[in-house]
Ligand binder design. Structure first.
Ligand code: SF4
Ligand code: SF4
Length: 428
């Protein structure tokens, strides 16, 4: 009698099996990914491991396992951190498999509930529409300043109270102001880059976007910030909303094709990882767009930065965003940049490449797992006791800042590019 793994049959029609099935065969069941997987480490369950999930996906593709409760639960319990891809010797592209599986689940309407509705509203009705997002964030800012949000809290359902607890303080209007469309290069000109500013970044991390533009200009690059760029589609793709993700990627591919530039620079790891996959979403149309994408640290490290004149006396822990280290293989560039700041002492911590538990709205859908994963990260950071924690992704910045505040860590949390910018500005 063959074992379940020997019953491999042809892809089962209906499920996005033609694309998924051959990739599931890359898994040789070695288990080397298990210890890298946060959900396996927490639960010890095979089905909550990368190997177990690939087995479920393959079973569904072959028509042996129903696309039902267990598969749906495991597909969304997964953080999508892609640590398993780094650990895997067999080249399993887990992130792509997960997106296909979630797209099928969404396509069949197998997820329901308030968290799902909040997610769908945010991803399809808010993030792709910068004006709507801006108005909502402005209203939230006013409510926070007048403390109206706190007055309304007792009347909100528990899930919305959770949403409120995740909200950071809304930055001032000045910090949220749009960047100029063109920023001239300083000193001897070295080229021209386009800057992707993202959807959430201008509203919550405008300071990091401004710092990115200043550092690029300071290093001799003219910075072009196209006005009609939009959301990259990463969060939509991770949530299984593949049609929406493709539409957004196509619009950006067209927008950024209008200008000749040396690179399309991105300071949000989740966005750059998704933008680099555009050829998979859009075919040849997306390939040129994907090829120009560079994470800001990767770009600056490759071209070489002008020495910062100012000093920052600080012990700095760099924490790797999953979608930078596992999604793009960018590990050393941010550390090399930070090490060039006079006064900065880079201090290692025990778990820099582990997920912090951010993962979109994972805090809302899986609060207990998100808390457990974050606690591991905080324990490692607490032991290192840095003055500054630097990480280059908005979700990670929010998650670590929230956890650090709750845990009483004294470190300030910044994007690495903000430290480099501070050093330039301190140098005059
Ligand atoms: S993406 Fe992360 S959480 Fe999901 S299976 Fe891989 S290691 Fe585990
Ligand atoms: S490391 Fe790769 S091949 Fe080995 S079990 Fe995990 S996913 Fe499969």
């Amino acid at each position: 009698m063959p074992t379940p793994l020997q019953t491999a049959g042809p892809p089962h029609g209906g499920f996005r099996a033609e694309a998924l099935y051959p990739q599931t065969l890359d898994c040789v069941h070695c288990g080397l990914c298990l210890s890298a997987c946060p959900t396996y480490v927490e639960t010890g369950r095979e089905t909550s491991s990368p190997r177990g999930r690939v087995y479920l996906m393959r079973g569904v593709a072959e028509g042996r396992i129903p696309l039902g409760e267990v598969v749906v639960e495991e597909a969304y319990l997964c953080l999508g951190c892609r640590a398993c891809e780094t650990a895997c010797p067999s080249g399993v592209r887990f992130g792509a498999l997960l997106e296909l599986t979630r797209a099928e689940i969404e396509g069949r309407g197998l997820r329901r509930g308030l968290a799902k509705r909040v997610e769908a509203f945010a991803l399809t009705t808010l993030l792709p529409h910068p004006r709507r997002l801006r108005r909502l964030v402005s209203l939230l800012g006013i409510a926070q300043r007048l403390r109206l949000d706190r007055l309304a809290l007792p009347f909100l359902p528990a899930r919305l109270r959770e949403v409120h607890a995740q909200l950071p303080p809304i930055p001032s209007r000045a910090e949220r102001r749009a960047l100029p469309e063109r920023i001239p290069a300083e000193g001897e000109r070295r080229g021209r880059v386009q800057l992707f500013v993202g959807c959430v970044m201008p509203e919550l991390f405008g300071a990091a976007n401004a710092a990115t533009a200043r550092v690029l200009a300071r290093n001799g690059f003219e910075v072009v910030v196209p006005r009609d760029q939009g959301c990259c589609g990463a969060l939509q793709a991770h949530a299984g909303l593949d049609a929406c993700a493709r539409k957004l990627a196509r619009a950006n591919a067209e927008c950024f094709a209008r200008e000749d530039a040396d690179a399309l620079v991105v300071n949000s790891a989740g966005c750059s990882a998704a933008m680099r996959q555009a050829s998979e979403w859009l075919g040849a149309e997306g390939a040129a767009y994907a090829d120009t994408v560079r994470d800001v640290a990767e770009f600056l490290d490759a071209v070489g930065v002008r020495p910062p004149g100012g000093r920052i006396e600080a012990r700095v822990c760099y924490d790797d965003p999953c979608h930078l280290v596992h999604g793009q293989g960018v590990r050393d560039a941010p550390r090399r940049l930070l090490a060039q700041i006079p006064g900065v002492e880079l201090v290692p911590h025990a778990d820099p490449e582990a997920c912090c538990g951010a993962a979109g709205i994972y805090n809302l859908t899986h609060p207990e797992m998100a808390r457990a994963v974050l606690e591991r990260k905080l324990a490692a950071l607490r032991a290192a006791d840095p003055d500054v924690i630097a990480t280059g992704n908005p979700g990670c910045l929010l998650q670590i800042a929230r956890g650090a505040a709750r845990a009483g860590l004294r470190a300030r949390i910044v994007h690495p590019i903000e430290l480099l910018d501070e050093a330039y500005r301190a140098g005059g």
